[in-house]
Design a protein around this ligand. Sequence first.
Ligand code: NAI
Length: 247
Amino acid sequence: MQENARVAVVTGGSRGIGRAIAIQLARDGHRVAFCHQSEDGPATRVAEEIRSLGAQVYNRRCDVADFDAVKSFLAAVEEHLGPISVLVNNAGIVRDKPLVLMDYDAWKAVIDVNLNGTFHFCRASILDFMKRKTRCIVNIASVAGVYGNPAQTNYCASKAGIIGFTRALAKEVGGYGIRVNAVAPGFIATDMTESLPADVVSEAVKRVALKRMGTVQDVADIVSFLASDRASYITGQVFQVDGGIAL
Ligand code: NAI
């Protein structure tokens, strides 16, 4: 059994980037908890995959936009797996529209999940992290939050907000030994990007220096590093995993 394993929490672990991160952290020897919105079948399969690696796992639905639900999820994680050492805020959504057509619901939904969700998980765990020391947080931002994208004012604002939040929190809690970093993926092949028209994808890939979309493992690998003691002198940074999209 994983008597001394650290506990990692990943939001949005049922598919895509979050799934790859949850599985990689299990491979790295963590006990893994993850939440998701409503994909019970895929989430069960991720949990089975994690168990097959010999790691303990806890998963259930939890809407990251709901602060009470987040507090109750984190309490359940502690009860099932023990004190949390690594928090990865990954859950995210898009509701793309040019601003002139964007209704308030599309704005609010994206801010509520992407930015407020990150605040909820950090706010609910930070005091405990400060008491225990040497914990780490990795927030999944996006290159969209660095450079901006048309028809994504809501998404870009949420991701730029995550970057500012990450830097501010890193300064605030560094003295407690807590590291806070952000990863800003570029164009990664997942369900989120699968719905894009083929011409949009090929145009986007042309702008990537490495001439391919990224994989979920490309993102999971840097999260794995940042969550490890090998990154013990790294905080407040934003790591772009984008194949050189803006060179
Ligand atoms: P995805 O759509 O494949 O998966 C999203 C995950 O978040 C799912 O597990 C879903 O259940 C969960 N989720 C969504 N809303 C939730 C809520 N309210 N409460 C709890 N869980 C919720 O997304 P993907 O592509 O794997 O993206 C993951 C993260 O990476 C997101 O934050 C996204 O913005 C970011 N990202 C993705 C890029 C890409 O090219 N796919 C590029 C840059 C950033």
